[in-house]
Ligand binder design. Structure first.
Ligand code: BGC
Ligand code: BGC
Length: 621
């Protein structure tokens, strides 16, 4: 074994090599470097596996939510291989950078009390920045990144996300989401780059490379997790159990369609070396993805050659069948490698059941060994098993957490994600010398609304959710000269006499399930805000903050200019940069924009395709 100093030199050289290779790419767009195959770690894995008891193996296959672990000593007593913080799970000491880092270190310290001292992988939903942590930079959600059409930018965004995640010690992000939503009534549409499999395929690889950096061994690498495999975006409206609409529903398509539409992102994610993949809650032709041997073992691991491991979705195993033990057996035999098992002491039950299933010969030992091999490959690849490498957080990274440099990249992502849908009479760009700009709308001065779901909390919420961001109203004030007056009313009244009006309307935050909608018409308060501005007889610029295209109604006619800004995140300054012409709009729609609900589902390949704005539409100045 090399000494620590030597190792650091090697690591530093590795980091320099990455910097060069990233530059090289940008300039030559040469094929990205091939990641080291995970199976090349098998000689090391084999030696370790040979020493492991069944309890130790099953522990590796278990991931509780920290909030439900109860007694922290379960980490060593059950040899847990992983822990996650779900969307609402903060450290017990609170939501600060310090508390998150201390929390990670203390969880990791428990693994040092085990015989084999195998470190845990700590997982978190860093899906648009390190979005659970107060003060992190929050990037646009993936729907906006899809409109940038910019793979290098997507890679940069995930690189910075990874650095902020690593600043808290955490080494695993449940992203990128490579879903290909086919029906915008689905409340997770915003988590996907595009309705177009080709665009998802193009961006998935760069996203994985952004997270995983130079390679999993890079101390700044974060293990990526492509999700949700497969067909999460293809569920039919109203098809899911309990009438919950599209989320977690059934994707009824033949295998050729599944491959053509829903598997494309996984192909490029695997080529980029993605180390983990999350099977979907949804079903494919009535069979839960988490129970499908065809999907998990035959197609993903066999045909597509995925060498990493599968992490179940949050308690997704429970949905396979009523009997929990039976459900575990079905899922593990189908190819699931690690169970995300939340709920009061659920992990203890999962462990006992899986152990019993092995004892009864219902889950073969070979399947357990394969699952653990896959998990350990990733741990070896990430340097987690390296005695000379500290597994505690590198606190030196904290100085760039939420930094101006990181925010500058997010601001640039915002600029590039905006799509200009209408611009009559040159309403845009705005003049920085206008006498008065009247700003209105429920989303003009609300950081939470512009960040959306999966921000600080699982569902997200309105209001001042995190420190350090800029609302659109604040950004406009920052941008204009001293002689320009900026006035504000939420409902758009009081606009008379202004030079121009800017009204930010649209949706408010939600996540899984709660965002499924049968009607995507704008809310009355939004239509009224636009009307009130229009009746003041001034040019009206409308900014739509939303998780997906919406039915615009007469807001389109009443607006002289209309910008789709999606969910831009904390850096509202990027919106102002485009409004005032410091940056010309370049975004192109990554989803088709319907005229009316009756057209849904509407995609670029729909028969009689007649959208309001076509896939790929976007104006500039
Ligand atoms: C979601 C996943 C997420 C996981 C962990 C699930 O409910 O479907 O996207 O990664 O929870 O929070
Ligand atoms: C958790 C999320 C998870 C969801 C699943 C929530 O309580 O915070 O992370 O995705 O449950 O239903």
């Amino acid at each position: 074994m090399k000494n620590a100093a030597h190792l650091r030199v090697i690591l530093a050289a590795g980091a320099a090599a990455v910097a060069c290779s990233v530059l090289f790419h940008a300039v030559t767009s040469a094929a990205p470097p091939q990641p080291r195959p995970l199976s090349s770690y098998d000689p090391d894995v084999k030696k370790l596996l040979a020493q492991m008891t069944l309890d130790e193996k099953i522990g590796q296959m278990t991931q509780p939510d920290y909030s439900a672990i109860g007694d922290q000593s379960d980490i060593e007593n059950y040899f847990l291989g992983s822990v996650l913080s779900g969307g609402d799970t903060d450290p017990r000491a609170g939501n600060t950078l310090q508390a998150w880092t201390d929390h990670y270190d203390s969880v990791q310290a428990h693994t040092q009390k085990t015989r084999l001292r195998i470190p845990i992988l700590y997982g978190v939903d860093a899906v648009h920045g390190h979005n659970n942590v107060l003060g992190a930079v929050v990037f646009p959600h993936d729907i906006g990144l899809g409109c940038t059409r910019n793979p290098a930018l997507v890679e940069k965004v995930e690189r910075i996300t990874a650095e902020e995640v690593r600043a808290t010690g955490i080494q695993w992000a449940f992203g990128p989401c490579v879903t290909v939503p086919q029906d915008i009534r689905w409340g997770r549409t915003y988590e996907g780059f595009s309705e177009d499999p080709a665009l998802v395929k193009e961006l998935a690889g760069p996203a994985v490379r952004g997270f995983q950096g130079a390679g999993l061994r890079d101390p700044l690498a974060v293990l990526a997790c492509a999700k949700h495999f497969a067909g999460d975006g293809g569920t039919a409206f109203g098809s899911s159990q309990g009438g919950r609409g599209l989320d977690q529903g059934d994707t009824k398509v033949d295998e050729a369609t599944l491959r053509k539409v829903h598997l494309q992102g996984y192909i490029s994610a695997i080529q980029a070396g993605v180390g983990s993949i999350m099977p979907s809650y949804s079903s494919w032709n009535g069979v839960k993805a988490s129970a499908s041997r065809r999907l998990l073992t035959e197609i993903l691991k066999g045909e597509l050659g995925f060498q990493g491991f599968l992490i179940s979705d949050y308690n997704a195993i429970d949905q396979i069948t009523r009997d929990y033990k039976e459900a575990i057996g079905i899922s593990i035999n189908a190819g699931m490698d690690m169970g995300m098992v939340a709920g009061n002491a659920r992990h203890r039950e999962y462990i006992a059941d899986l152990k019993a299933l092995v004892g009864e010969g219902k889950v073969p030992m070979a399947r357990i060994d394969d699952a653990v091999t896959r998990i350990l490959r990733v741990k070896f690849a990430m340097g987690l098993m390296d005695n000379n490498r500290s597994q505690l957080a590198d606190r030196a990274l904290q100085k760039s957490f939420g930094s101006p440099e990181h925010r500058a990249v997010a601001r640039d992502a915002v600029r590039q994600s905006l799509v200009l849908l209408k611009n009559d009479k040159k309403a845009l760009p705005l003049s920085k010398k206008a006498a008065r700009i009247h700003v209105a709308g429920k989303n003009a001065d609300d950081l939470g609304n512009q960040c959306g779901g999966w921000t600080i909390t699982w569902q997200g919420r309105s209001g001042n959710v995190t420190p350090g961001g800029t609302t659109i109203l604040a950004a406009i004030k920052n941008t204009v000269g001293n002689d320009t007056q900026v006035t504000f009313s939420k409902d758009g009244t009081g606009a008379a006499g202004a030079t121009v009006g800017v009204v930010a309307i649209g949706e408010t935050p939600y996540a899984e399930g709660r965002g499924d909608r049968a009607d995507l018409a704008l809310a009355k308060e939004d239509l009224d805000a636009v009307s009130n501005m229009k009746s003041a007889g001034i040019p009206v610029v409308t900014i739509l903050i939303s998780d997906r295209p919406m039915i615009l109604g007469d807001a389109l006619d009443k607006s002289d200019a209309l910008v789709a800004a999606w969910l831009p995140g904390t850096e509202g300054q990027g919106v102002a940069d485009v409004l005032f012409g410091d940056f010309k709009p370049t975004g192109k729609l990554s989803f088709s924009w319907p005229r009316a609900m009756a057209q849904l589902p509407l995609n670029m390949n729909s028969p009689n395709y007649d959208p309001l704005f076509k896939y790929g539409y976007g104006l500039s100045y």
